[in-house]
Each structure stands twice: as C-alpha cells, then as structure tokens.
Design a protein. Structure first.
Length: 80
C-alpha cells in the first residue's frame, strides 16, 4: 500500500505508519476457513488476472470480506 487515507485508518483500525509499504493481505481474515468460505472465488479471479497478460486499461472488480485490526469483518470493494 502506498497511500493511506484517514478513512482507511478509521475503517480498519490500522495506523498509517504501520500499513505503508505493506501488502494488503494482512486484511484477509485470520482464519483460513473463513477466508476460503468468503473469498475463495474472488482470490482465484485476482490470481488469474495478475498471472495472465491483460490488454491496456483492463480492470477487475472484487468484493472481499476483510477484517479490521480488532477482527471484526468489513466489505472491501477492490478494483485492480
């Protein structure tokens, strides 16, 4: 992550200084079973999108269940 807004900090509970430069995977549910149950198909779609050559300006939109620092879930609409 290269930019963290004040709203991101409020929503997730993570401080800007801790988040900057990290991969966003830390937002995935801590329990593997929960991540698989809610995000399996979306993760597969993102993986395929990143591994395959894409025409210019191609986007993918994913709706993921992520977790705040306190472990509570929230919806994350991710555009890549």
């Amino acid at each position: 992550l290269v930019y963290i807004s004040p709203e991101f900090e409020k929503l997730t509970g993570y401080q800007r200084e801790w988040v900057l430069g990290r991969n966003c995977r830390f937002l995935q549910p801590n329990h593997c079973w929960r991540n698989a149950a809610f995000n399996k198909e979306e993760c597969r779609r993102m993986r395929e999108f990143c591994q395959s050559p894409q025409p210019a300006r191609t986007r993918i939109i994913n709706l993921l269940v992520n977790e705040r620092k306190d472990g509570s879930p929230f919806w994350n609409l991710l555009v890549m």
